[in-house]
Design a protein around this ligand. Sequence first.
Ligand SMILES: Nc1ncnc2c1ncn2[C@@H]1O[C@H](COP(=O)(O)OP(=O)(O)OP(=O)(O)O)[C@@H](O)[C@H]1O
Length: 860
Amino acid sequence: MQQYNSIKTRYPDALLLFRVGDFYETFGEDAVKAAGILDIILTHRNNGGDKTELAGFPHHALNTYLPKLVRAGQRVAICDQLEDPKQTKTIVKRGVTELVTPGVALNDDILQARKNNFLCAVHFGARSTGIALLDISTGEFLTAEGNTEQIDKLLQNFNPSEILISKKEKNSFAETFGRQWHLFLLDDWVFQEDYAHESLNTHFKTTSLKGFGVDHLHNGILASGAVLHYLSETRHKQLGHINKIQRIAEEEYIWMDRFTIRNLELYHSQHEQAVTLLEVIDKTLSSMGSRMIKRWLALPLKNIAKIKKRHEAVAHLVQDEAMLDKLQGYIKKIADLERLISKVATGKINPRETVQLKNSLEAIIPIRQQLSESSCTALKKLSEGISPCEALGNRIKEMLMEEAGTHIQKGDTIAPGYSEELDELRNLATSGKAYLDQMLERESERTGIPSLKIASNNVFGYYIEVRNTHKDKVPEEWIRKQTLVNAERYITEELKEYEVKILGAQERILELEQQLFGQLVVWMREYISPVQQNARAVAELDCLCGFAQLAKENRYVAPVMDDSTEIEILNGRHPVIEKQLPPGKDYVPNDVILNRDEQQIIMITGPNMSGKSALLRQTALIVLLAQMGSFVPADSARIGVVDKIFTRVGASDNISMGESTFMVEMNETATILNNLSERSLVLLDEIGRGTSTYDGISIAWAISEYLHEHPARAKTLFATHYHELNEMSATFERIKNYNVSVKELKDKVLFLRKLEPGGSEHSFGIHVAKMAGMPQQVIHKANKILKRLEQSHSSEELTEDLNAVQNEMQLSFFNLDDPLLEQIKEELVHLDINTLTPVEALMKLNEIKRMLSKNKRASS
Ligand SMILES: Nc1ncnc2c1ncn2[C@@H]1O[C@H](COP(=O)(O)OP(=O)(O)OP(=O)(O)O)[C@@H](O)[C@H]1O
């Protein structure tokens, strides 16, 4: 216990698995935790009068229990015996050999094959925030810095399993990025410039970080240094596979903030059962491809040439079915090269995995051949990134048995013919049987005992067994060892000698096999870089083949990309909803045309459930798919490259942040309006519905007007219940009205789901309530109230009011004498100070401050 306590004090925040003989034991609080998580028995032992809790499991079950502990959020320190207990008379030396944490895991049972497992560090600087992300299982090491919104988006995209921050930043982190993350706090001194540079340069064996293009990222480097610090803290020393650090070049990818990522349900869904875009489009066959497609989805391209290259490859694969089949056949045979080569670096690869590595490299050779012969330049280019690593494959083939197992200690790993010494020893060990048979025959003849038997057991090794009837014929020199009911067992000098030889040979075989395998693994480290490169090429090819497969299965077409600012989608469909319609129901396709000169804002009205949201989302998803390099669900699509996609859904709940839903809605919309660009695509779904009707209409109107008048002329789809907004098209030339058509039957509504020019007259909310099975009385009453309301304040009156206001006071960006003053006045005039909470007041103040600083920037 003394030894245990001294080790435990060094790992106070980890659960310590303490190896005792064949068991891993946990004690005290750790035991209580482990017993709860693992559902194993909690016992007590008397520790000098004190009762200590105890729970343990057999050492060979580590791979079963360790993942459970880590998934439950535990950091687990594995404390092993560092010497052979047989060789020591005192207490066995023990030490922690690995600290496994949610973000630092190499064990296949903890990792998910088709997902990256990122460890992250975040550092708040004075002007920007730095982030570093590392997947130790693949060797990817990324860094970036930016404002908190950008960092937030990266956190959403990369979804790290563990985040390192300095102790003093704990609260600011939670306030800025939420409390859902698994944090680990580091001492403040870890985030120091000298220390970070030194750690990184020592690790990469460089003198400066210039070569990686990250040397200007001051805060990013601090975060990256913290990541490396944590790796050494967790006893990870062999990290040759982490051979570069890359900047996440955000400016190369479409900007989507976290609301958009969430609203579009790209890879997380808001409801448990809902299907995400990723689930529909991921047709990759390898884990490497699956991890890459997630990255492509998180970071869709803006560079037309790069996008076109992907489209070109997909088009080729769609056309050449035979090639697609062949390539996918080879991809299926390739194991997770990226993770296998990481295991080479960390020394954790086993013989079976090494053979898998060789077989995967063999499957790559025909891929390279196919690609290099292709007439498609994009595919041909991909072949150049593949290196056959023939020497590596050959060496493994020469050294290892094809059916080598997972445990080197079990032997049968090194192929015959590789080592003369090994072959001789094996001969000796296997020729034993014949030798024994010979001896048996000889002794039987000599003694005249017909039923002699040679066998062995753990107690006294090899023995000769003689049945009682022949006991008297046993020669004198045989030594009796055991008496059974019907027989006696003897050993002889010859048998003893033989045994020593055989056992010695077996021991030496194991030793030699381990030694040779160890040498092979060290030698393989030379190949880390080319194998990683191969892994990337296979992943990319897998994604492209997946896109081709997706296109073929779902009738997707190649989008035409250009650098105009127009979007023209003909008969576009929603990629996810179309897959979920019940049999016999077809998705109704629709055209969406947006541009900056004529049809900048489409105002879509239509009853609940008619398909407004679906139309908005499908437009964003089609753009996203196109810019990821995929074909799109439409008859045709021409897309001027988009640089930002914003989506906002009215009254989305965000109670966890402690803000009112309407406040959140307004905050989110404000972010959009402050970040518009000429290439932005804005989707507003029922913005304004989180408040009273008149408030809602007014806000929706003002937002639409702002978008229309803003010099960026961002392309916008605005779905709304407020048919009053249709009046805007009369005044604002680039706002066009459309409605999602329905057919009104006697007392029900038929959804036609076709987008048609023109507004709609009412909202049909009550029809939907009826469809939902609301009791008759409620429907009846609702209809009555609606009639009364319509009479007392008709929508025409409301529209007239709005128009009057419009004439009185047109929002303008340039015409007002002092637009800033006007804006601030607008902000404040409707405020009721008495009902304002302090937080709301602060936010208001912040908004005004932002206006001022924006104005200052614009004028300078
Ligand atoms: N074009 C379409 N073809 C076939 N089914 C569709 C289509 N568009 C939508 N749907 C179906 O209708 C359902 C409702 O669509 P959606 O949520 O877009 O309606 P909405 O008009 O936004 O409704 P609300 O105003 O209540 O939010 C979808 O879940 C989908 O099943």
